[in-house]
Write a protein that binds this ligand. Sequence first.
Ligand code: GDP
Ligand code: ZN
Length: 458
Amino acid sequence: MNHPHSPTIAAIATANGRGGVGIIRISGKDLLPFAQAISGGKTPKPRTALYTDFLAADGSAIDNGLLLYFASPASFTGEDVIELQGHGGQIVLQMLLARCVELGARLAEAGEFSKRAFLNNKMDLAQAESVADLIDASSQAAARMAMRSLKGVFSQQIHALVDDLITLRMLVEATLDFPEEDIDFLQAADAKGKLASLQTQLANIFAHAQQGAILREGMNVVLVGAPNVGKSSLLNALAGDDVAIVTDIAGTTRDTVREYITLDGVPIHITDTAGLRQTDDIVEQIGIQRSEKAVQNADVALILIDPNEGLNDTTREILFRLPENLKCIEIHNKIDLKNDNPSVENRSGSLKNETGASTIIKLSAKTGAGLDLLKHELLQQVGWQGESEGLFLARTRHIHALQTAQTELDNAAACGNHQIELLAEHLRLAQVACNEITGEFTADDLLGVIFSRFCIGK
Ligand code: GDP
Ligand code: ZN
């Protein structure tokens, strides 16, 4: 994929704010004239730091610092790249950026450097995405796994799969040209066996990708329950410090309060919902609307119950408003008041509790007893198996593509001996799905969406 029209782009690559050093990054076709113009006639050697003034049009110095020149194709984008490393003040950086525009660059769009790197085959789409994921990583584990994707762990597995898929497709399509020998030929070449091993290979990648997606996407948890059962207290206990207002007056948590924690590296968003019930109070109504939205987006609901009161009408009304398939954990809070021990109990089928929860945890938000049980259970619910070698960060997009590929391979496996054309088509579609991950055949509009979510200067 070569794009003939590729204007010079420039952006401040360092974070917005004060810093010791601020970097402007420029990418374009032939940047030596640019380097000479901004340095007052000096010619930089590739990959060598050049200490120089950065000059305005009238020859005065805007700033001084290091100019780095990366000659095409040995650069991040594959084009000529220049980095101006100056002082990290926003005004001076803006002035430098304006000077770059004067010299013919235009302001880079979000993710445009990475997009060029992708278009110039410096990395595939999954790797380009991992650049953004590494920058956005919300935990050390996520950062480590983004780095593995960036180094191509994920892409290599997809490429290996696609290679095998192509081998099988060639076999099948060769048969199409000689229909009289089809079945014998495919049997002799063990097409069925090859297909089965492709399915195993894909299932393996899928399992890893799912773990990677958990680490990237995390999970949304909502705390629901009648006023005063201890929702705010539990949120605080999980977060480890006071974020919500804890009071003894019913209905005081009028806002939806969100807290972000990581468990074993997995990002978890917890929302303390307001009562989720009918009310005439306007302020409370707004909180309730937000709570309902949080509940709709939730992966798991923690239903808090005061063990002394059990399931009261308020709680029943709240339960009635929960989405049907939402996973629920029943929390019996305040065990310290009864001198009870923390515990986890799993129930299934008809033994499920009235709340519909299959897990019941007894704990105390106040003393913290049983919190570890809850944390462990949350990781179980999301399916996190812990960090291990071979994992990589994956996006929902990747999961969907892998699912499509799986369906197509299943369809292929279900083809009868005389449905060779159909078999060939399913294999082709499986490959299309895999190629979407690495970006071989990805539509331009999808690329636009993916890269526009990057930050400017990356
Ligand atoms: P919310 O309305 O559901 O958010 O409940 P709060 O978190 O505001 O708690 C209501 C009251 O119950 C407060 O006085 C808390 O201190 C108290 N409380 C919450 N959890 C516990 C607990 O585990 N043990 C005891 N003894 N009191 C608790
Ligand atoms: Zn509260």
